[in-house]
Write a protein of this length. Structure first.
Length: 276
């Protein structure tokens, strides 16, 4: 497992394969493992890279600095470090929001975007997770939360909320994520990032210009973490070239329906190639 340095913060990532680059960004509370099925399949024909965002997985979890600016700077450093351009950028939840913000700033580096359950204030607001994020936004208890370990049963409930239909594809990843949630600082990191969510309101009204990289959106119809209905409204301004709904899937749609999401990524790559 290699690391790269982003302004003094050690960032873990996986890289494999050769060919056109595909970069994966995960959600809040997750890590790069959620993309394992897509990573393993696409490595046969593409150069694939999956990052652990600051504070998650095997990356450093510093005391502070969980701002949009720092996450975007991390992504810029990663692109420079790995000499990435003409990238298919695949994000989930917060990773989708970062993907869209990054592409607005650096459209010349991105060939296409796949946004899985993009996190915005509008897609978060109608859910129970939205209420929890609202609480975290006003409670500045980072030093206390940094010492808290979530008990295993509670971690299990958090992960179960993200899954619409359990099955053989979900068991291993769910067990891994439950363990991650019990680690120190996971709650602190997520609470700190929740204070940045209001700043994502800019994405609720973003209408891509005609020369913007083509967007594909993916939602599970049983998503409890973010609102698929609000996601359909968001699509009216994002104007994706393809809007995919996976019936019965929850928040972790790439884990529950791996073949469908892999096919969506490949289709997005083919569309972008044909549009050039």
């Amino acid at each position: 497992m290699p690391f790269f340095d982003a302004g003094g913060t050690s960032i873990a990532y996986d890289e494999a394969g050769a060919g056109p680059p595909v970069v994966f960004l995960h959600n809040l509370g997750g890590d790069r493992s959620i993309w394992r099925a897509q990573f393993d399949e696409l490595r046969q024909s593409h150069r694939v890279l999956a990052i652990d965002l600051i504070g998650y997985g095997d990356s450093d979890a510093p005391d502070d600095g969980y701002t949009l600016e720092n996450y975007l700077a991390m992504l810029e450093a990663f692109f420079a470090d790995r000499d990435l351009r003409d990238v298919t950028l695949v994000g989930h939840c917060f990773g989708s929001a970062l993907s869209l913000l990054f592409t607005r700033k650096h459209p010349e580096l991105v060939r296409s975007l796949i946004l899985s359950s993009p996190l915005t204030p509008a897609t978060l607001r109608p859910t129970r997770t939205g209420l929890a994020a609202l609480l975290g936004r006003y409670l500045h208890l980072d030093s206390l939360l940094s010492m808290v370990r979530i008990p295993g049963p509670m971690a299990g409930l958090i992960v179960a909320e993200q899954i619409g239909t359990a099955g053989p594809h979900t068991d291993e990843t769910a067990a891994h994520l439950r363990t991650r949630w019990t680690e120190r600082r996971r709650l602190m990191v997520t609470a700190a990032i929740s204070r940045q969510i209001p700043r994502l309101a800019q994405l609720d009204t973003f209408s891509p210009p005609t020369d913007f990289p083509p967007i594909t959106t993916v939602w599970g119809t049983r998503n409890k973490v973010l609102s698929a209905r609000a996601g359909a409204t968001l699509n009216k301004t994002l104007q994706p070239v393809r809007a995919i709904e996976v019936d019965g899937a929850g928040h972790l749609v790439m884990v529950e329906a791996p073949e469908t999401v892999t096919a969506a990524i490949l289709s997005a790559i083919d569309y972008a190639n044909g549009a050039r």
